[in-house]
Design a protein. Structure first.
Ligand SMILES: Cc1cc2nc3c(=O)[nH]c(=O)nc-3n(C[C@H](O)[C@H](O)[C@H](O)COP(=O)(O)OP(=O)(O)OC[C@H]3O[C@@H](n4cnc5c(N)ncnc54)[C@H](O)[C@@H]3O)c2cc1C
Lengths: 249, 386
């Protein structure tokens, strides 16, 4: 079984994001970039499936600027077998990414595509669902546990009320939630081995996709500054305020 | 200037994660031990767990040649590793300790490679080096410990002091005078194994930073001729090589320590309000922050430059002196500013700043005091001009 794992290059989760002065986006110049943490969970899950013998090949895909190759290289160091980079300077929105992934899926014929439930930069939570719709495949989103049995896959989903278990027939789309696994560190020998693993370089046109944005970003702004807090004199006063003002107890 | 390769950046990332998730959480325990007058070290169990993880991650033998199972990384790849390691005051390094490794690689004959270098390179054996004497430290060429040939053996007599890592060392590299030559001529390196008759640990000396050093005597200490390292009378050059390796490492450690102090200083300055204003809004604190950031940048460029030159086979003794001197002074100053920013908390034993300050204080003495490095740098310049 072949698994496709899309991995997005995002601002590192430790970096405090700053909005550009002109409000057109966020500052990325000179900022540390890393793999989207939910995608790391996706790579980890794919590698575990391969270690268990359930998968035979893992292909990591990233899209965007040439430096996305580094994100792919991280996936390769964690255990993916090869990479595909779709290089473009264009702004990539979820629909464009889903279309590009659909074209790659048609070429590669994976049985499973594991995406992050969302990317920590724009928090869209859309690409996996759009891809499932475009391919006409079943989807198990917000997965906290997956089990493959024969031609099917059981997915435990984290939903508002608790956990939901769904059974899907392969090929299928999974999007990862935080509790699916704890990603490993890429060990030094695997970092060195990753250098020798191949990365294919494609352009959107090679896949017959026009990645033109469909949404226009009107404005990006910082969240409002938090108001100053108050000092309470006693525990009793704190409890009182929590009850009457904050209304949390 | 060069750019770090992708793999080397990934290695630094790996070490950063390892330090944050596995080593940093042990800092509290290490500080508590130091507070109660014990050695500021990890327990054997804590160390065992970390070593196990290092093995798994391949963080082992980073600069060991491939023939001994190492990763054979160049110095430029190690700088980031050292930098990340030094962000915590938990004393933990990836085996084996580099300086003696490089000295042994330079001097061991095939039998010595098998017996000493290979187990050392695999991280199974530990070592110490005894250079300093009561009468000769910053100026080691003044040493008087003497080894005399007796049949096939050598007999060592003398006294060494301030030697680190002695109790756990399977062998000590001992520098001793053998020939008639003066100063650095006629100094030879020997291997003395633990438990050799006539090799005595006289006393343990507690140092700042929770470290320990040892005073050693050699009392008709007889060792076989097979334990002479390299060439008779030519031990000074490989010893110098070893010092250079450590000095670059110290430079990188100082970057890590200074980064930590700066991070803590920034975090605190943004929270603490005095006289109605945040410390971060005060020029005095802002200048300390700017100064620290600028020096970290400068020091990093210096260390990478020296490392790249060293990897290219150039003699970097002068650069190593500059790096060691600049790094330790930068760290001393920034840690002190961070302590001052924290007020009473800065000098409380609960915080790592005071332990870092103690450690960097010892660094200004070992591997050559700052004043000696200044002298060496100036001498080189004065000699180069007609
Ligand atoms: C924590 C620690 C660990 C150590 N570990 C080891 C070890 O493992 N093995 C080992 O062999 N040694 C070790 N040492 C010893 C260390 O290398 C020496 O202490 C160091 O070289 C200085 O020698 P000294 O103490 O004799 O000082 P001295 O040489 O007496 O110098 C004292 C001071 O005089 C001044 N001075 C000296 N020369 C000059 C000059 N030319 N110009 C201007 N001023 C000068 C400096 O201010 C210097 O600090 C260790 C020391 C410490 C603190």
């Amino acid at each position: 079984m072949k698994i496709l794992v899309p991995v997005k290059r995002v601002v590192d989760y430790n970096v405090k994001v700053r909005v550009k002065a002109d409000g057109t986006g966020i500052e990325t110049a000179g900022v540390k970039m890393s793999m989207n943490p939910f995608d790391e969970i996706g790579v980890e899950e794919a590698v575990r499936l391969k270690e268990k013998g359930a998968a035979t090949e893992i292909v990591a895909v990233s899209m965007g600027v040439p430096q996305c190759a580094e994100t792919i290289r991280t996936a390769l160091a964690m255990g993916a077998d090869r990479g595909i980079l779709v290089e473009t300077d264009a702004e990539l929105q979820p629909l464009a990414v889903a279309k590009l992934l659909k074209a790659i899926a048609e070429k590669e014929q994976p049985k499973l595509i594991i995406l992050g439930k969302q990317a920590i930069d724009d928090d869209m939570n859309a690409t996996g669902q759009m891809l499932a719709a475009l391919l006409g495949w079943p989807q198990g989103t917000f997965a906290s546990k997956i089990t493959i049995e024969g031609d099917g896959i059981t997915v435990t989903r984290e939903v508002d009320g608790g956990l939901e278990t769904v059974a899907l027939t392969l090929p299928a789309i999974i999007t990862t939630d935080l509790r699916l696994n704890e990603p490993r560190y890429a060990s030094l020998p695997n970092i060195m081995k990753a250098r020798k693993k191949p990365i294919d370089n494609l352009k959107p046109a090679d896949l017959g996709v026009d990645p033109k944005p469909r949404l226009t970003t009107v404005k990006v702004a910082e969240p409002p500054k938090r108001k100053a807090g108050v000092k309470v004199g006693s525990v009793a006063e704190l409890v009182e305020k929590l009850k009457t003002e904050a209304k949390v107890i | 200037m060069f750019e770090l390769s992708e793999e080397h950046r990934m290695l630094q990332d790996l070490v950063a994660k390892f330090i944050d998730r596995d080593v940093m959480p042990l800092e509290k325990a290490v500080l508590a031990r130091e507070m109660s007058g014990q050695k500021s070290a990890l327990s054997a169990e804590e160390e065992e767990v970390l070593l196990g993880k290092c093995r798994e991650l391949g963080l082992w033998g980073l600069d060991v040649p491939e023939e001994f199972g190492g990763a054979n990384l160049p110095t430029v790849a190690l700088i980031g590793v050292y930098e990340e390691q030094a962000r915590t005051c938990v004393p933990f390094t990836f085996p084996p300790d580099s300086p003696n490794l490089h000295m042994l690689m330079a001097v061991c004959n095939p039998e010595q490679r098998k017996k000493y270098l290979e187990p050392y390179a695999r991280g199974e054996a530990q070592s110490a080096i005894a250079i300093s004497e009561p009468g000769a430290g910053g100026d080691p060429a003044g040493m008087i410990t003497r080894a005399v040939k007796n049949g096939d053996d050598w007999v060592i007599n003398g006294r060494k002091i301030w030697v680190s890592r002695v109790p756990q060392a399977d062998f000590v590299i001992v520098m001793a005078r053998t020939g008639e030559g003066k100063r650095h001529e006629g100094v030879t390196a020997f291997i003395v194994e633990r438990g050799t008759k006539g090799f005595n640990i006289e006393r343990e000396i507690p140092m700042l930073g929770g470290q320990r050093t040892y005073e050693l005597t050699f009392d008709d200490c007889r060792i076989p001729g097979s334990q002479l390292l390299g060439q008779e009378g030519r031990g000074f050059a490989p010893m110098q090589l070893r010092l250079t390796v450590r000095r670059l490492q110290i430079g990188a450690w100082c970057i890590g320590m200074t980064r930590r102090a700066l991070d803590m200083m920034i975090e605190h300055a943004k929270q603490r309000v005095t006289f109605g204003q945040r410390l971060a809004d005060r020029q005095a604190i802002q200048w300390w922050i700017a100064e620290a950031a600028m020096k970290i940048h400068a020091c990093r460029l210096m260390v990478y430059d020296a490392a790249a030159k060293s990897d290219a086979g150039k003699d970097v003794r002068t650069e190593a002196s500059m790096v060691k001197l600049y790094g330790t002074e930068m760290a001393t100053e920034t840690i002190d500013h961070a302590m001052q920013t924290f007020g009473a908390m800065g000098v409380a034993k609960e915080l790592p700043l005071q332990l870092m300050a103690q450690k960097v204080r010892t660094m200004r003495v070992y591997e050559g005091p700052s004043e000696v490095h200044r002298m060496v740098i100036a001498r080189r310049l004065l000699q180069d001009r007609r």
